[in-house]
Design a protein around this ligand. Structure first.
Ligand code: 8YV
Length: 312
């Protein structure tokens, strides 16, 4: 008898096929009356898959009285009610580490594009403007100062990448970290004042909501750049739109937004911001590794009682 598994949101095809081989899967995302379905069938499920982008709330967990394990596709936990899972002794697996490289690569892709205006210059050529005038000068990256907000798994890889550009690195976090050679800034405003590039690599959720305020953006200043590969909620997006529109900061590179997939349309016409649709982990290699880990977390739980990568 295959364990009953509720698939909360769509997953890459490879993992959906693999899950179906080992579990009795129900595609919850296809339900037209999700609450009604859970009221009738919620008690049948011992396992749940989720996505970092959409998470799982306490009400859904409460509607699954037999739930024993959640396996989430992604590293972000800001939309997954971990307290509700802990209260029930539900194991929660997620997919850290396997996406560090691609997310760190994307941080530098955004940083280079924002500073050297790669995308804007490409649009300039395609509009046929090159014959009329040379493209304006942009900003050097090598040898500049990199401030990292959140020196966690991904933040540390970003810091490591910076050596390729001879950049000086400082970071902000809850407390200084043992065994790192980078300078610690106890104040995010101080880090923003120091940095040429401020890269956000912290977790999302209520503790970091609007951590990047209008004041922090003012400290970053008209020669500073903001790069966000963390969560849109970390930034006061209205303040960022104002800062970019009125050139209070030099530019930004954004892979995440407060209300995805909706992006403030005021940004669309600006050449000092690079806009990506939350694709930092979106490579064939990384999404395969994430999908495999979603399955491996479940398999480990049913074989040993523990997931491989636990979020609780
Ligand atoms: C996810 C992400 O792949 O891992 C995360 O937390 O933000 C992305 O890498 C995407 O959100 C899928 O849910």
């Amino acid at each position: 008898m295959k364990p009953r598994l509720l698939q909360h949101g769509r997953l890459p095809e490879r993992i959906e096929a693999k899950l179906a081989e080992h579990f009795d899967v129900h595609p919850f995302w296809s339900e037209t009356d999700p609450a009604g379905y859970l009221a009738k069938h919620g008690g049948e499920f011992v396992a749940l898959t989720a996505r970092a982008a959409t998470g799982v709330d306490a009400a859904t967990i409460a509607a699954l009285p037999a739930l024993r394990v959640i396996s989430s596709f992604g590293v972000g936990l800001d939309k997954l009610d971990l307290d509700a899972a802990r209260a029930r002794g539900i194991a929660v697996g997620y997919t850290p580490d396997v996406l560090n490289d691609c997310v760190a690569d994307t941080a530098f892709a955004l940083l280079m594009d924002a500073a050297r205006q790669v995308s804007a210059a490409d649009r300039y050529v395609r509009r046929g403007e090159w014959p009329k005038a040379a493209y304006p000068l942009t900003t050097r990256v090598s040898g500049k100062r990199l401030g990292i907000v959140g020196l966690g798994r991904i933040g540390r890889v970003i810091a490591k990448r910076s050596s390729g550009f001879d950049m000086e690195v400082r970071y902000f976090g809850r407390q200084p970290q043992e065994g790192v050679s980078y300078g610690f800034e106890p104040s995010i405003e101080a880090l923003a004042r120091w940095a040429d590039f401020l890269v956000l690599a912290t977790s999302g959720g209520p503790n970091t909501k609007h951590l990047i305020s209008a004041n922090v953006l003012e400290a970053l200043g008209p020669e500073g750049y903001l790069i966000n590969i963390a969560r849109g909620t970390v930034v006061d997006e209205a303040a960022l739109v104002d800062a970019l529109t009125n050139k209070k900061i030099a530019g930004a590179g954004l892979d995440v937004f407060e209300n995805e997939p909706h992006v403030p349309e005021a940004l669309f016409k600006l050449d000092n911001v690079v806009l990506l649709p939350h694709v930092a982990s979106g490579t064939h290699e990384t999404r395969k590794a994430m999908a495999d880990l979603v399955f491996d977390n479940l398999q480990s739980f049913f074989e040993t009682g523990k997931v491989l990568k636990s979020a609780v």
